[in-house]
Design a protein around this ligand. Structure first.
Ligand code: SAM
Length: 423
């Protein structure tokens, strides 16, 4: 093929959706019942020859529903997108969001008030399969009023909105019912300022965030520059976000990691750690962010060592814990490199809250040599969490598991384990 013919053939290639990319297999149509929900909210179906099928639908699937899907077959299983419902579960409801189904944010809108039941089933299935029948666990549902205190929007030069699921196609939004009301009301104000060139007009990501209680609104661009929304418009701001949570004050840079729904997260984690009686001499707060867990556990420990890779987060952790009168060593570092063999003494607690991917294998191995008597593992990806609990199981006994519904309307949850060191 000459160069011209080659380049024209490239131009005419059709765009393949990400879930179907790299697949040599053609798509085919499948019809059948959803047997159960797998981890992550996908429905499990089965082909006539018994092969497993993972089904994705934009707004929840209920076990027992009969659906039609477009499927591609991989080596061992199929992946399908639901295109039609043959039977619908009577619990399915109308989504209270005009862009539900097209925006990639909340995947359980049509489950309505039954969404927590679906999540609970999903988690039960995962924990039973991964950790065994005998593991008892606590479920902490989200309160009705839990809302997001930060949302990530995209500006394409004309429209402001969320990305469509599995794509970079913009879905314009004028409001977001999953966000705290002041944040939702700020969306059109941000768009107005972008259109009016009051704020930088370059296409890119914007984060809208608010503190606790929700009130002050900050818009942060990709370069980390923030503007505060005042009655007369947006003003450049260097101020941190401020949260009052369970009687403690925390501050952090806008745009940095903090719990999505801080009042509920603080209540859920704080209540749980209190109920579990987590206390001791030194707390190793690993992946510590701006010090949320060190602050929540406060005077339950004589001393805290916080390790976190973000320099700005560590600077805020130092200020936060100092203001709370909690003596702490806050260190910038990679937890996997920092954790030594034999960390801590029997009265110490190691608390780990890693990013989604969980713990690196060498880190789990080193934690198995620790001298600390108690370990708390927090994980926002259930599969990675179970894998890490099993790896740590070489030296640590699993005492308790709790699952917190920190992300209402989505199939995401936060898993927490309490483990004690075997003598
Ligand atoms: C899930 S967040 C938890 C933060 C904090 N515990 C909280 O609840 O606010 C994970 C944190 O780990 C930090 N992090 C990511 N990789 C890291 C690493 N290899 N070593 C240390 N910190 C890391 C991130 O910057 C982030 O602040």
């Amino acid at each position: 093929m000459n160069r011209k013919a080659e380049s024209s053939s490239k131009k005419t290639k059709t765009k393949v959706p990400p879930a179907y990319r790299n697949s040599p297999a053609p798509t085919e149509s499948w019809q059948g019942p959803v047997e159960r929900l797998a981890w992550g909210g996908k429905g499990v179906g089965r082909a006539a020859d018994g092969r497993l099928l993972l089904l994705e639908a934009p707004l929840a699937l209920f076990p027992g529903e009969v659906v039609e899907a477009t499927v591609i077959w991989k080596a061992r299983h199929g992946e399908g997108r639901v295109t039609r419902w043959i039977t619908r579960d009577p619990r399915r409801t109308v989504a209270a969001c005009p862009v539900a189904g097209s925006c990639g944010g909340c995947d359980l809108w049509e489950a309505g008030r039954h969404a927590p039941d679906l999540k609970r089933q999903m988690v039960a299935d995962l924990l039973r399969r991964q950790l065994g029948e005998g593991v008892a666990w606590d479920w902490r549902p989200a309160p009705e009023e839990a809302r997001r205190h930060r949302i990530q929007l995209h500006w394409d030069g004309t429209e402001l909105g969320y990305f469509r699921r599995h794509s970079h196609t913009l879905v314009p939004v004028a409001a977001c019912p999953a966000a705290a009301e002041p944040l939702s009301l700020a969306i059109p104000r941000l768009k107005e300022a972008l259109i009016g060139r009051v704020l930088t007009t370059r296409p890119g990501r914007w984060e809208l965030s608010t503190g606790t209680p929700a009130g002050t609104i900050l818009a942060t661009d990709e370069r980390g520059r923030s503007w505060c929304l005042e009655p007369d418009g947006w003003h450049r701001s260097e101020e941190p976000l401020r949260h009052q949570l369970r009687g403690i004050a925390l501050r952090h840079e806008p745009g940095a990691f903090f719990q999505v729904s801080p009042p509920w997260a603080a209540e859920a984690f704080g209540g749980l750690l209190e109920a579990w009686g987590v206390k001791g001499r030194t707390l190793y707060d690993l992946y510590g962010g701006v010090g949320l867990f060190s602050a929540l556990l406060g005077k339950q420990f004589d001393r805290r060592v916080l390790v976190e890779s973000g320099e700005a987060a560590v600077a805020w952790a130092r200020r936060n814990l100092e203001s709370l009168g909690l003596p702490s060593d806050c260190l910038v570092g990679d937890v996997a490199a920092w954790v030594p063999e034999g960390l801590g003494h029997s009265e110490d607690v190691i608390l780990l809250d890693p990013p989604r991917a969980g713990l690196e294998p060498e880190l789990s191995g080193r934690l198995c040599t620790a001298g600390a008597g108690t370990l708390v593992l927090v994980g926002c990806d259930g599969a990675a969490f179970c894998r890490d609990v099993k790896r740590l199981g070489e030296a640590w006994d699993l005492e308790k598991v709790a699952v917190l519904d920190l992300f209402p309307l989505t199939s995401h949850v936060e898993c927490v384990a309490l483990m004690t060191k075997r003598p």
